[in-house]
Design a protein around this ligand. Structure first.
Ligand SMILES: NC(=O)c1ccc[n+]([C@@H]2O[C@H](COP(=O)([O-])OP(=O)(O)OC[C@H]3O[C@@H](n4cnc5c(N)ncnc54)[C@H](O)[C@@H]3O)[C@@H](O)[C@H]2O)c1
Length: 393
């Protein structure tokens, strides 16, 4: 089959949009043209187009969607916009790449909404997105880079080598806060650390258990229940009283720490932690305990390269790795962080999926199940009870 050419329009001109453009440019062997970008503020879209040498800055999402040359719309916008823009893009007949998390409950910022109401609304939105994609016969690629991190893919390959059973997964994504102001308010983000950071290790975990199930039984092994707790550790008085702050604070109504235990229908378990209270650079790790092998995935940090500098100053403006506070001392310097994160592999798989009309590894169904697990975890954290997921899986 001759691969179809791909013409991309990016929506959003922030952090995710930048690493998407950079990594589309690393995809080999396909006819890919990143035509243009639109953002909330036209000046920002114009600056982004200039910086990344794109042909066009569109004045609005509608103008971008009206461009008949564009075949793929890449949504790099705050979470609350994923649902409406996926529906709009699907209706316009465009293939879609959408950043994580798929969607959530956003509401109007009122605190009294029960987590159960949020769960129902988030899943309804996710199911509407699944239906819109099917109804309009467009491809949907869910931007979960943990699925594509080379260490996670290699884990899946190793597990497939023999009749392995994943017994337990321990995984964590933790940062020192978010660079995006949208992350601090539930009405834009749909949740705090447990959702926004936790969706990554939940995504990697579900991917591995689903792959195991498909190998063994021809169908995924799904989550059965979830038990969780959340906290606002940067709201502690002794932290607030400190003069100098290294962690990002100001979380309005979102938690900055959460943990959950997922039990799968085959009885295996996953312990997931996510937070915004960790210094020393991002901490994205997963250990898989299977019946025949133990695998430690150090997505970030890893020891591929270590550097030592006597002071921060001697390395000038050099990039070390995401969110590390200093260049001084021994550092887990990352020579290609995007590669370890799986970004080039993710965008290559998405472009291959569209060019050859095949399913990507990270699907809308995976994104939907992650929403169910995370919002089920919120119900559990609110009620103090394990939440049964089977009905929604
Ligand atoms: N996979 C990852 O590791 C990863 C990392 C960061 C962010 N993300 C995801 O990417 C998405 C964007 O996050 P970000 O960090 O780039 O945020 P950001 O704040 O850096 O950028 C968001 C962009 O969206 C634009 N925007 C806001 N409202 C808009 C509208 N109505 N129309 C058009 N553009 C609009 C903003 O102007 C901004 O340019 C989020 O869903 C986030 O969860 C994923």
């Amino acid at each position: 089959m001759t691969p179809k050419p791909i013409v991309i329009g990016i929506v959003g001109a922030g952090f995710a949009a930048s690493f998407h453009v950079e990594n589309y440019r690393r995809v080999p062997g396909l006819d890919i043209r990143i035509k243009g970008v639109t953002s909330k503020r036209p000046q920002r879209a114009e600056a982004f187009a200039k910086q990344h040498q794109l042909e066009k800055a569109y004045s609005s999402v509608e103008a971008l969607l009206a461009d008949s040359e564009i075949t793929l719309v890449d949504l790099c916008v705050p979470n609350y916009l994923h649902h409406p823009l996926v529906l709009q893009a699907a209706e316009a007949g465009k293939h879609i790449v959408c950043e994580k998390p798929l969607t959530g409950y956003f509401g109007d910022g009122r605190q009294e909404t029960s987590r159960r109401t949020m769960f129902d609304a988030a899943l309804k939105a996710a199911d509407e997105m699944v239906d819109a994609v099917k109804h309009n016969n467009v491809m949907f690629c869910y931007g979960e880079n943990w699925v594509y991190a080379p260490s996670v893919q290699k884990t899946n390959d190793l597990l497939a080598e023999s009749d392995n059973t994943i017994l337990r997964i321990v995984a964590e994504e933790s940062h020192s806060g978010s660079h995006s102001e949208y992350a601090k308010e539930w009405r834009y983000s749909g949740g705090g650390s447990l959702f926004n950071k936790g969706c990554h290790p939940v995504g990697g975990t579900l991917y591995l258990k689903y792959s195991e199930g498909k190998r063994k039984y021809g169908k995924p092994i799904k989550p059965k229940s979830v038990l969780a707790q959340v906290a606002n550790l940067t709201h502690m008085q002794s932290f607030l009283d400190e003069d100098e702050k290294w962690l990002k604070e100001g979380w309005k109504d979102c938690e900055d720490w959460g943990t959950m235990i997922i039990t799968f229908e085959d009885g295996s378990v996953a312990q997931i932690t996510a937070s915004d209270i960790v210094l020393g650079g991002i901490h994205n790790v997963m250990t898989v305990y299977s019946s025949k092998v133990v695998v430690q995935c150090n997505i970030n940090p890893n020891t591929g390269m270590l550097t030592y500098a006597p002071t921060d100053r001697v390395l000038g403006e050099a990039y070390i790795r995401e969110k590390v506070e200093t260049r001084a001392g021994w550092q887990f310097t990352n020579p290609d962080e995007d590669w370890m994160n799986g970004f080039p592999h993710e965008l290559e798989d998405f472009c291959q999926a569209i060019a050859y009309d095949q399913s990507p590894k990270s699907t809308i169904e995976l994104g939907r199940d992650i929403v169910a697990v995370c919002y089920g975890a919120y119900i559990s954290a609110e009620t103090g009870q394990r939440f049964l997921l089977s009905e929604w899986m």
